[in-house]
Design a protein around this ligand. Structure first.
Ligand code: C2E
Ligand code: CA
Ligand code: CA
Length: 531
């Protein structure tokens, strides 16, 4: 069976799990989204960088093409004539280091040195060539060892005549190919199978960078490509994540807190009780009360049962105190009143058959119980008198004593339940004028065994006699207890010795099985001498 603490704990645990899961999901989602956006942004950055590097190099090479066609006629002309226009052109295009003219495979004129006489193949093994060529190489004439980009344009069909433009590519590359850290670590210009790496000059092999990612941008207009090397976008995004964590944590805590507030109603025991009421999961049971002397059935006490389809059977000892805490006891009592009133046909149709209903003291506030009785009990015009059993564990001082008067005028009688277990004070007895004191089952169980509790029982009995209040003992399980109680003047007995609580529809069968002496024309007319 479930205990109150376990139920409340289960709800709290479920609520904590839901809120924590939501907070963790928010944390994962925010960091996940930030990671993906950052990764995409990194990739876009590198793509853009590569495209821009290619177009910058292209914009450098474009003016050279125009300049070449203007200079072609100079090829073959004597150097004395040609050198001046070469120098002017070379000065005009600041990207150019030099222009040289080639005749029959021999460099015969240069914008820097004027007249020359050097075999081109010795300077550049790949030249001359019948096709235009672009070569990345080291300068062997002017600034020895520095990187240059040579553009060879043949002017004769056999490729022995032509023109060379030498670009100061190392200087230019410093301007064009600067890496953008942390996304790009290395930028390489590739011409044929020769590479120019930023900061390193011409190299024969492409730098291998373990753990880094390579991206190529190929020019559509010139025979070169740019290789961009840098850390993978996802690794960079991962590095960036810790800086996002505080914000994501705050957001997830906020969502968790909002979920905590939002689930207060839905994931609580009061929600469960409301669900149970709406789905009519509660059932009223009754337990007979028997006249101690005549053994006649004097009436019944109505006891609530809850077979919760989600949690199984829940004892009233668990849900009644929780319902009282959650201010749901009044709706539950209304439910009991109506469910009992609509099934009164199961009980003897007698004004001497008492029906006891348990009520909480809080229901007495501002006369609420009187209104509810009028609406949910008296509309059925029951013949059977009603007893309200008021449990002492509630704060009896809460009871509005004017309400007690109203109840008496409606013919409703009052019993103090579990008498002797709480902080009863004689003054309550005086103010409430109860018709009955119910001796709690712990005292009944103590009869003949537990000296202290037996003394309390003696005192309760003496007190009731003195105040002229009838006594009902609950929890009578043995004939010895019944005999003792009878001997000591307890008028009515209730307990497993006579019957266990049963559904209302089972009562007629139980009643029919009672010895004839206990019945009179099928009704319990000679019931308890309750006033
Ligand atoms: P209670 O008013 O003192 O009811 C008597 C309890 O003792 C019942 O437990 C009954 O089943 C049990 N009982 C009866 N005879 C014996 C017996 O011979 N031996 C033993 N060991 N127990 C016996 P139950 O039905 O579990 O109810 C527990 C408590 O829950 C009730 O104690 C009452 O305070 C509360 N309760 C039950 N139904 C309602 C209700 O409709 N409204 C309110 N406000 N409280 C209710
Ligand atoms: Ca009771
Ligand atoms: Ca009791």
């Amino acid at each position: 069976m479930l205990t109150a603490q376990r139920i409340v704990k289960t709800y709290r645990r479920k609520r904590i799990i839901v809120c924590l899961s939501l907070a963790i999901a928010t944390l994962l989602l925010t960091t996940g989204v930030r990671y993906l956006t950052e990764r995409n942004r990194n990739e876009q950055r590198v793509t853009l960088f590569t495209a821009r590097a290619v177009s910058t190099v292209e914009s450098l090479l474009e003016p050279l093409a125009a300049s070449r066609s203007a200079l072609f006629p100079l090829v073959g002309q004597p150097c004395e004539q040609a050198v001046e226009p070469l120098r002017i052109e070379s000065a005009r295009l600041q990207t150019l280091r030099a222009i040289a003219l080639v005749k029959s495979g021999t460099v015969y004129c240069s914008s820097i040195f004027g007249n020359r006489n050097e075999t081109l193949r010795q300077l550049q093994p790949k030249l001359p060539s019948p096709f235009p060529q672009m070569l990345l190489t080291r300068d062997n004439s002017l600034i020895k060892g520095s990187s240059v980009l040579l553009i060879w344009t043949p002017t004769s069909a056999d490729g022995q005549d032509g023109m060379i433009q030498a670009l100061n590519i190392e200087l230019l590359s410093r301007l064009m190919l600067e890496p953008a850290r942390p996304w790009v670590d290395h930028v390489v210009l590739n011409v044929g199978d020769v590479h120019l790496e930023y900061g390193k000059g011409v190299v024969q092999t492409l730098p291998g960078k373990p753990g880094l990612e390579t991206r190529d941008g190929v020019s559509g207009r010139f025979p070169f490509s740019v290789t961009v090397i840098g850390p993978p976008g996802d690794r960079l995004a991962l590095k960036f994540l810790p800086s996002q964590l505080p914000l994501a944590l705050i957001l997830s805590l906020l969502i968790g807190y909002i979920a905590w507030l939002a689930t207060a109603g839905r994931m609580s025991f009061s929600h469960e009780i409301n669900l149970g009421l709406a789905a009519r999961e509660f059932e009223v049971y009754c337990q007979p009360l028997v006249n101690a002397q005549s053994q006649q059935c004097a009436g019944v006490e109505i006891l609530l049962r809850w077979n919760n389809p989600r949690q199984g059977f829940i004892s009233p000892d668990v849900f009644i105190p929780l319902a009282e805490q959650e201010s749901l006891i009044a709706p539950l009592t209304r439910y009991v009143l109506e469910a009992t009133a609509s099934q009164l046909h199961y009980f003897p149709d007698s004004s001497r058959f008492h029906i006891g209903i348990n009520v909480a003291a809080s229901h007495f506030r501002r006369g609420k119980i009187v209104e509810d009785l009028k609406q949910f009990w008296f509309t059925y015009q029951p013949v059977q008198p009603l007893f309200l059993e008021l449990t002492e564990r509630d704060a009896l001082p809460d009871v509005d004593y004017r309400v007690v008067k109203d109840l008496h005028s409606l013919g409703v009688k009052l019993a103090i339940d579990d008498f002797g277990t709480g902080q009863s004070s004689l003054s309550y007895l005086e103010m409430l004028h109860p018709d009955v004191l119910k001796i709690d089952k712990t005292f009944t169980a103590a009869i003949g065994t537990d000296a202290v509790n037996s003394t309390v029982t003696d005192i309760i009995i003496a007190l009731a006699k003195r105040l002229n209040i009838d006594l009902v003992a609950e929890g009578v399980e043995t004939p010895e207890q019944a005999a003792w109680l009878r001997r000591n003047g307890v008028a009515v007995l209730q307990g497993y010795l006579y019957a266990r609580p049963m559904p209302l529809h089972a009562f007629p069968a139980w009643f029919a099985n009672q010895p004839e002496a206990a019945k009179e024309n099928g009704t319990a007319v000679r019931a308890v001498p309750l006033r």
